[in-house]
Design a protein around this ligand. Structure first.
Ligand code: ADP
Length: 742
């Protein structure tokens, strides 16, 4: 037990006093202090006891102090360790801050901090260097670098301290010691743990070079677009300027050939026309190519039948092929009987190109056009195979390049610009397909391309309407009989191709056939010779002869030779099957009563004479249109510009107007707009068909014509067939009558 300090003092005083008193009593003379010795003894004892207690307490105290001092020594040791650790940490922090600063400065970014009211609290070296300020002078007060006068962006959060947006980014042009520079800023607020905003930190990076690059790119792009527009304009103008006189040359040569000429004159006129057409083809190729290159050739997707398309292409080029004595045959896989979705015009253009080449480079045999599903069923594959001169392997790689011809020595013989395949390749690529070629010199070439297979309607199942037909096919070009046999078999017939006339004779003698399909030129001798020879063995066999349209003159002799029917080449699948089916069903088997009418040939529709107004400023074009229309039996008036057209329309009723687009005074578009306005206002009854005459081939022109209110357009030079079909399309029924002036 440790006695409290005050008690200790009292007790000591009492003890000392008791002892002193006891001593005084003991040692004083007897008479001076007389007291009971017992009391004195007790006093002395009490004093001694208290002293003893004090001694014990003191000893305890010393012990406690000892313990305390040991503890203190330990605490001191701990404190020393802590201080050393703190010193070490401080050194580390210093090093770390130095590193961090070094990083900040090394980055070159401008970094600053501000209080929310805009006073600078920190600026790195880069900041001071870039804006040419001394740190000591700006810290503690607001500082704003000068903004470019064109700078519309307000100084945002970080810089002004206005508003508290957690993080903002913006670009700004500011005055620096190097002049105006662009900075990309990023400001973000710094908060205390309680969420109070203490500072805004802003970091900026100099993006002047990037901005300059962007501006340069923008300028370059604008310039390129401008140049492209100029190029397109140039092309439009050039096409117009070149096509207009070509129109005259080709059209006039055509008219000249319709007059009475001696054979020499006729051949000259023909040469003029063909050269003109060749030149026009080249111009069209160049225009097409430039259009594709400048991206001015948008794709138009429609639903169409690939079979009808390839058959149409074959028909278009058949004349050229038959003139050269070669054949042309088509085949479409039954799975492609339905319609598919693609840019029909472009597919046709590609096919025309490939088939045109195939015909051009083939002198014997023929050309086969085939369309089948591709192996992976996601694409369809068109193939154009010929038995022509072929292409050397080395040349095959380059022929899709611009202006490349496989054999330049042949180019003069066959003509051409070397643009066709380059156009083909670009068109196919634009449609999402690929194009390729395999070829063997002297044996022929096979060009192919694919397009994505998007079905509009499923492939119809071919009906087996020829069940029971046993057909023998004999043609000179094996490719043709192969395709005919395939088509006949798909329709349910048993069909076979005969390798030659001798095989055919043997096969027919066996009596296994009830139909013979024979090419007029099926070997060295015409088919009729063979037929005459075989007549006796052909009992019960119906015969169909195939011949080009140009050889119709042979029909009477063929009839005499005993043919039952004929088909015009190139043969359409539907005509082939219908014809064979009709023969099988006809009762008078064996007789050659008459040749069945040919489904391939459409008689031209007889058209009532029309009253046509032609608005065209080019004298030669006027002459051409006038004479074509007059020959077709129509009544024609011509005017030289839009204003005259309006006047003419106010004077007389017309069934149709052929309107040139570019004319002096008032162009065709303006005239059309006025006519349509008059119709809308009820000043003109009905809708007058207006067909644009245009030489410009640029995309968008068609839309401009339609937007102005025109119904269709005819490209110049005027083509008699196109003219005839447009007139048939738009000028049927009751002609509209004009009620009042436009
Ligand atoms: P061109 O207008 O000269 O025919 P293309 O680009 O259409 O230009 O063809 C380039 C060249 O490829 C031709 O000049 C010819 O040498 C070769 N070529 C193209 N198609 C065939 C083919 N079916 N048979 C042989 N050679 C061909």
């Amino acid at each position: 037990m440790i006695v409290p300090r005050l008690a200790r003092v009292y007790l000591l005083v009492i003890a000392v006093a008791s002892l002193a008193f006891a001593a005084a009593v003991i040692f004083a003379p007897q008479q001076a202090i007389s007291l009971n010795p017992l009391v004195v003894g007790l006093l002395a004892l009490a004093g001694l006891a208290v002293l003893f207690l004090a001694l014990v307490d003191a000893l305890r105290r010393v012990k406690a102090l000892d313990a305390r001092s040991g503890e203190l020594a330990r605490v001191k040791l701990e404190l020393e360790t802590t201080v050393r650790a703190l010193q070490q940490r401080h050194r580390e922090l210093q090093a770390s801050e130095q590193r961090y600063r070094g990083l900040l400065e090394a980055q070159g970014d401008v970094i600053l901090r501000k209080t929310p009211d805009g006073r600078m609290t920190f600026a790195n070296d880069a900041f001071c260097k870039v804006f040419g300020v001394e740190r000591e002078l700006i810290l503690g007060r607001p500082f704003f670098p000068e903004m470019h006068p064109e700078e519309k962006a307000p100084l945002l959060g970080g810089f002004t301290g206005q508003g508290i947006v957690p993080r903002v980014r913006y670009d700004q042009r500011l005055k620096t010691v190097q002049g105006w520079r662009w900075f990309a800023w990023e400001d973000y607020v710094i908060r205390t743990e309680t969420g109070q905003v203490t500072e805004v930190q802003s970091v900026a990076r100099d993006i002047t070079e990037q901005k300059e690059l962007e501006a340069a790119l923008r300028e370059a792009r604008d310039k390129a677009e401008e140049a492209n527009r100029a190029k397109s304009m140039f092309l439009a103008t050039m096409s117009h300027e070149i096509r207009t006189p070509m129109n005259g040359v080709i059209g006039m040569a055509g008219l000249l050939m319709d007059t009475r000429l001696d054979p020499e004159q006729r051949s000259y006129a023909q040469a003029v026309r063909e050269s003109g057409e060749a030149l026009l083809d080249i111009i069209n190729d160049i225009l097409d190519f430039s259009k594709i290159e400048s991206g001015a050739m948008p794709m138009e997707e429609t639903a169409f039948s690939p079979r009808v398309l390839v058959e149409g292409v074959a028909e278009l080029l058949a004349h050229r092929a038959f003139e050269k004595g070669i054949d042309i045959a088509t085949y479409a896989h039954p799975r492609l009987n339905g319609q598919l979705i693609a840019d029909e015009g472009r597919v046709r253009q590609v096919l025309l190109n490939l088939v045109g080449n195939a015909v051009k480079f083939t002198d014997n045999g023929g050309v086969r056009i085939l369309v089948v599903p591709d192996a992976d069923q996601r694409f369809i594959r068109f193939e154009v195979a010929d038995s022509g001169i072929g292409i050397a392997e080395k040349a095959q790689k380059n022929i899709f390049e611009v202006f490349t011809q496989a054999d330049s020595s042949l180019a003069r013989r066959y003509g051409g610009t070397g643009l066709g395949l380059a156009i083909t390749q670009r068109l196919v690529k634009a449609m999402g397909g690929v194009v390729g070629v395999t070829s063997q010199p002297g044996k022929g070439s096979r060009f192919w391309f694919t397009i994505p297979w998007r079905r509009a309607s499923g492939g119809e199942v071919a009906e087996s309407i020829l069940t029971g037909a046993k057909v023998l096919v004999l043609t000179a070009f094996p490719g043709l009989s192969e395709f005919l046999v395939r088509q006949l078999c798909e329709a349910g017939a048993d069909a076979f191709a005969a390798k030659g006339a001798a095989t055919a004779e043997t096969a027919l003698s066996s009596g296994a056939f009830n139909v013979l399909v024979i090419d007029h030129r099926s070997g060295s001798a015409p088919a009729s010779d063979l037929l005459v020879r075989l007549k006796a063995r052909l009992q019960g066999v119906k015969t169909v002869v195939l011949l080009p349209a140009g050889e119709r003159a042979h029909l009477p002799s063929l009839k005499a030779a005993g043919f039952d029917a004929y088909l015009i080449k190139p043969v359409r699948r539907v005509s082939l099957i219908q014809r064979v089916a009709a023969l099988l069903n006809s009762k008078d088997s064996g007789t050659t009563e008459s040749l069945a009418p040919d489904a391939d040939v459409q008689k031209p529709a007889v058209q009532a004479p029309l009253r046509v107004l032609v608005a065209e400023d080019n004298r030669i074009n006027v002459m051409l249109a006038n004479s074509l229309l007059t020959k077709m039996g129509h009544r024609v008036d011509t005017v030289a510009n839009g204003r005259e057209a309006l006047e003419a329309l106010s004077r007389a009723p017309y069934d149709i107007v052929l309107m040139d687009v570019h004319m002096p005074e008032m162009d065709g578009l303006e005239a059309t707009r006025r006519i349509r306005l008059a119709e809308a206002a009820g000043r003109r009854r009905g809708r007058l068909p207006i067909v644009a005459l245009t030489a410009s081939a640029l995309e968008g022109d068609k839309q401009i014509c339609l937007d102005a209110g025109m119904d269709d357009f005819l490209p110049k030079p005027l083509n008699p067939e196109q003219l005839r079909s447009v007139l048939a399309r738009y000028a049927v029924g009751e002609p509209p009558h004009i009620a009042a002036a436009g």
